[in-house]
Design a protein around this ligand. Structure first.
Ligand SMILES: [Zn+2]
Length: 416
């Protein structure tokens, strides 16, 4: 298809989704590792696609791709549409990619229609699955990457993020010094379209929603609880220092606190998704000497997150005393909650109404790059697309029609 063909958003979107799925297919779903050669390949494909459809494509210092219409290439300021191209291992094709495709459609279909200059940023490295913390691409752009982030080992090869960035020719000195890799000054606003990762829009039978805010979180990749091994039949209860029971005690105390926070109207979710005793030493008839578990605690309230950190420390100390075990948390990774800009949220709601859809707003449970831009002081807004089966799994199921509706809300907002 050339730039002279009539604009057919459904065909263009299907073409990109299919091509990128083929490039990143895994045993199940797709895998697009953060800062990998495959991620580069996907960005190269998108760049060629954009250029073929008349867009100007450049690369920024974070090795992300930036797209705009030729008449906006020299603009002094612009609205930025952003999203990520990486995925979790064996994840779905639409998480992240949908936002990039939406941006491409807004730009390609936007001739003479965009009220102000708009640029699209296709980013690397948003998913925490690869290096343990999220938003790595946007943190580099805004100068907010931490030393812990840079030192974190890759899920597969265990080499630190710093080395993976250096492989791509990214200036890791600047990143380590907290110097933003991009000039944030000209960015008037940041917009992101993303699939919903929970069940709300399916339950409510609504194709799209405007996002009000993004939950922050703190997490530990592997908290070690260290006790004392022993024979499961021979050691009486009073002499045991069982780390698994200590961990279970901690998790059930956290669960009870979660319940109380919800009753009082607070916002919290918590998950321990990776748990294990050492497979080389564990046995049915042996009291384990150690267990390791991940912990992910999220809330829209920064205060609730701070309180949970203190509470967690107190409870671990209490259980350690009572059971004669020791907790070693390892580094904590934080992401602060972020509110979307009220004016943009209203504007997106109005655009939704103009498109003939009942305006609907909701909070985001998952984290997104929009949080990083919002925290950097750039007014941000988000649109969610209805999506079945959640995300971060190969069964995510976004309907193309819903995607096109959500994209048209974004376009309607930018054309106002
Ligand atoms: Zn995402």
């Amino acid at each position: 298809m050339s730039r002279h063909s009539p604009f057919d958003p459904a065909a263009l979107a299907a073409e990109i989704f299919d091509a990128v799925r083929e490039m990143s297919r895994d045993a199940e779903g797709v895998s697009r590792p953060a800062f990998s050669p495959l991620e580069t390949e996907v960005l190269d494909y998108l760049a060629a696609f954009g250029a073929r459809h008349g867009l100007v494509v450049t690369e920024d210092a974070g090795r992300n791709r930036v797209f705009c219409r030729p008449e906006h290439a020299a603009a002094e300021s612009w609205t930025l549409i952003g999203s990520h191209v990486d995925s979790v291992p064996m994840g779905g094709n639409f998480d992240g990619l949908a936002g990039v495709v939406a941006g491409l459609l807004v730009l390609i279909g936007g001739a003479d229609r965009l009220a102000r200059p708009v640029k699209l940023l296709a980013m690397r490295g948003e998913e925490s699955a690869w290096f343990g913390s999220c938003y790595l691409g946007s943190k580099m752009l805004t100068g907010t990457m931490t030393a812990t982030d840079l030192a974190a080992g890759h899920k597969g090869d265990n080499r630190p993020l710093r080395d993976h960035l250096a492989d791509l020719g990214i200036d890791t000195e600047a990143v380590a010094a907290g110097r933003p890799l991009c000039d944030l000054g000209p960015i008037r606003a940041y917009l992101e379209l993303h699939i919903e990762q929970g069940p709300l829009l399916v339950e409510k039978a609504i194709p799209a929603a405007v996002v009000t805010g993004i939950r922050g979180n703190f997490r530990y990749r592997a908290i070690r609880c260290i006790g004392e091994g022993g024979h499961s039949g021979a050691v009486p209860r009073a002499y045991r220092h069982d780390p698994v029971l200590a961990m279970a005690d901690l998790l059930s105390r956290l669960d009870e606190t979660w319940r109380r926070i919800l009753i009082t109207g607070g916002d919290l979710v918590l998950t321990s998704g990776v748990i294990g005793t050492d497979a080389t030493r564990h046995a049915i008839a042996r009291i384990p000497d150690e267990v390791a578990f991940s912990l992910d605690i999220r809330s829209q309230s920064a205060q609730t997150l701070t309180e949970m950190q203190l509470y967690l420390a107190e409870e671990m100390a209490d259980i350690a005393r009572a059971r004669g075990v020791r907790f070693e948390t390892g580094p904590r990774v934080d992401s602060a909650p972020a509110m979307m800009d009220a004016e943009i949220t209203e504007g997106l709601m109005a655009a939704m109404a103009r498109r003939g859809i009942e305006p609907f707003a909701m909070a985001s449970g998952g984290g997104h790059d929009a949080a990083v831009f919002a925290q950097a002081g750039i007014p941000a807004g988000m649109v969610f697309v209805r999506n079945r089966n959640g995300s971060h799994n190969p069964h995510e199921a976004m309907e193309l029609d819903d995607f096109l509706i959500a994209t048209s809300i974004l376009a309607a907002y930018l054309e106002e």
